[in-house]
Design a protein around this ligand. Structure first.
Ligand SMILES: NC(=O)c1ccc[n+]([C@@H]2O[C@H](COP(=O)([O-])OP(=O)(O)OC[C@H]3O[C@@H](n4cnc5c(N)ncnc54)[C@H](OP(=O)(O)O)[C@@H]3O)[C@@H](O)[C@H]2O)c1
Length: 248
């Protein structure tokens, strides 16, 4: 979320009334005014607008946290499910910006395949493709559900999968044993609270890449909060290429 600091109580920390800020609210953000923890609040740099700020801070942090959780090295390969989504399309750009040589984007449709190819993905697969290409070192899974076992199967022996989607999913533990594979869960609320130094470094990295023109949030739609149902229809239809933004 992004907006101005307004006067509702004593000044907190370094913030001043009128500062343009973003924050991860985690809940209760469908409102004109929101109280947020200072932990994840930060000023928006002058070169950025509210829309880019909301998209980058809400979704870019998830992408960077997932890459960090995987402890991925530049020589390794990564496959991203839901690669055209709000988080996924930034993860494609961030993985390339970090120098990862083989970034495989997995999506549900040919239109989304074109979209993620345009973001710099080295390989693109559509879920129903028989093969997802050569096995990868790391999967960042934003989808889960029926796709999770397939995502685990896409890992090479010893590979790591970071799961952060809300789709759940089941994997036979023997598949992990047989391939010496690892699945790690990620929630942003815990990451921001417990890995503060890394979170701050990610924050600087997001804005650095944005300023350098290497990272841009694609905005699928900007919708007024009063029409929030339309935003949910887009997301439920899995129609968005990039981020859907609500405007208060
Ligand atoms: N762990 C955390 O802290 C955290 C933080 C932020 C977001 N998330 C989660 O990360 C995921 C991605 O977030 P986002 O903001 O990028 O989401 P989003 O823009 O709404 O995109 C979600 C994408 O998931 C794919 N998908 C596959 N099966 C789906 C289904 N049955 N219903 C809906 N979508 C389905 C769709 O892409 P395809 O059509 O290409 O499959 C869809 O576009 C979500 O599950 C979200 O809840 C987790």
């Amino acid at each position: 979320m992004a907006g101005d600091v307004v006067a509702v109580g004593p000044q907190v920390g370094d913030f001043a009334i009128g500062d343009r800020v973003t924050a991860l609210a985690f809940a209760g953000a469908y409102a004109d005014l929101v109280v947020v923890p200072t932990l994840t609040a930060s000023r928006i740099p002058e070169h950025a607008d509210y829309v880019q700020a909301a998209a980058l801070v809400r979704s870019g942090h998830v992408a960077l946290a997932a890459l960090s959780t995987a402890e991925i090295a530049v020589a390794e390969s990564v496959l991203l499910t839901g690669a055209a989504s709000g988080v996924g399309h930034l993860a494609v750009q961030l993985a390339k910006a970090e120098g990862i040589t083989r970034v495989v984007a997995a999506v549900s449709t040919a239109e989304k395949a074109d979209f993620v190819r345009g973001l710099g993905a080295d390989e693109v697969v559509v879920y129903h493709d028989e093969s997802w290409g050569d096995p990868v070192d790391v999967v960042l899974d934003a989808v889960g559900g029926d796709l999770l076992p397939r995502a685990v199967a896409a890992l090479r022996p010893g590979g790591r999968l970071v799961f952060f989607g809300s789709g759940g999913g089941t994997v036979p533990a023997f598949d992990l044993l047989a391939g010496s594979k690892t699945i790690t869960g990620l929630t942003m609320a815990r990451f921001a609270a417990t890995r503060r130094e890394l979170y701050d470094r990610h924050h600087r990295r997001l804005w650095h890449l944005h300023r350098a023109g290497q990272l841009r949030a694609a905005i699928h739609a900007e919708i007024p909060l009063s029409d929030v149902a339309t935003a949910h229809e887009i997301i439920e239809a899995r129609a968005n290429h990039g981020k859907v933004i609500l405007r208060p």
